[in-house]
Design a protein around this ligand. Structure first.
Ligand code: BDP
Length: 331
């Protein structure tokens, strides 16, 4: 192999003294680097590790997954960039971070687009889910192959100033949102002040008062120790955003069709396994929050919240009108 080609191969190592090109390809060895912002034990991380074990067993060690958890390789924007370059093979990312790269999936980032988590699951498990995975993969510009969806429950507002029982309580609070203009607009429409910040910045920014709060699901709140800096947590469920497992397109092309098919099959299993782990983690997190003294408001009247985000729908919703009709029709 030419040195240039070898370098281009990066982590994907085509080794073994094979006679023909076909033979070399059939014996592709690859250490698949995977990355997640969450720590070991978190449902998404655990599901990918389990997938790695199966992959290793099925290929007799030819294909392995090496996990880099806890933002070791940066935030999700950085992970996407690394995957696009082939420096990282698998990135587990929120659709929140993918929206700015693939506009079609931004529809899942619209506030209150899903009725509840079950509705979201029916959508990602069905034709729309498959269609959007295919759209991400088909568009060469994304540089990504979308493997499967994952659950992330619903996002809820928390802060260290006061309990939020109605939208009026949110007025003037600086609330961290993921880096996507759609989310900042959503928070502003609800009466708070949306601040786009990296996930890694949330804890210290709450401590120093740069922000008063943030929004996330209970497992993320607990995994990041946000309970240490935020006392009040309200189940606003304003966003229900699934997550994605994506593979670097450059690295994907180094795999044989059989290996690609195997990874796709294991990804489907990964999606199902992650869901089971997700519900366990959600329950455990809520129990921990209660035990740790987080003041939890488990229910709010959603009607005024839904009404308040109308300007966000006016601004971003038109191009998704057809898709939203289809989403609404999913039982
Ligand atoms: C978590 C998601 C993670 C996001 C994070 C965030 O699992 O992918 O990066 O929220 O708020 O729920 O940035």
């Amino acid at each position: 192999m030419k040195r240039r080609d070898f370098l281009r191969a990066g982590a994907a190592t085509l080794a073994w003294g094979a006679t023909g090109a076909g033979r070399a390809l059939a014996q592709t060895r690859m250490v698949i680097k995977a990355s997640d912002v969450h720590p070991l034990g978190y449902p998404t991380v655990e599901a990918v590790l389990r997938m790695g074990k199966k992959l290793e067993a099925a290929t007799e060690g030819r294909l392995t997954i090496q996990m880099f958890p806890s933002m070791q390789l940066g935030g999700e924007k950085e992970m996407i960039e690394q995957a696009q370059l082939g420096a990282l093979q698998i990135a587990r990312i929120s659709v929140g971070a993918v929206g700015p790269v693939v506009d079609d999936v931004n529809v899942f980032n619209m506030p209150f687009v899903f009725r509840d988590s079950k509705h979201m699951e029916a959508v990602i498990d069905g034709g729309i889910g498959d269609e959007l995975l295919a759209k991400i993969s088909a568009n060469e510009k994304t540089g990504l192959i979308a493997l499967c969806w994952m659950n992330a429950g619903s996002r809820n507002i928390y802060n260290n100033k006061r309990p939020i029982r109605t939208m009026a309580d949110l007025k003037g609070l600086k609330v961290r949102m993921m880096g996507n203009p759609l989310f900042v607009d959503t928070m502003n429409a609800l009466g708070g002040n949306g601040v786009a910040l990296g996930f890694d910045q949330v804890f210290s920014s709450m401590q120093t008062g740069v922000i008063d709060g943030a929004e996330n699901n209970p497992p993320s709140f607990i995994a990041q120790n946000h309970n240490q800096v935020a006392k009040y947590f309200t189940m606003t469920e304003h966003l229900i955003i699934p997550e994605l497992l994506v593979f670097s397109r450059i690295s994907w092309q180094k795999l044989t069709a059989a290996d690609q098919a195997l990874i796709k099959k294991l990804s489907k299993e990964c999606q199902a396994e992650q869901r089971v782990l997700w519900y366990e983690a959600e329950k455990t997190a809520i129990d921990k929050m209660k035990a740790a003294g987080t003041e939890m408001i488990m229910e709010v009247d959603k009607k005024p919240w839904r009404d308040a985000v109308k300007p966000v729908w006016d601004k971003y919703g038109a191009k998704y009108a057809e898709m939203v009709k289809r989403i609404d029709a999913v039982k």
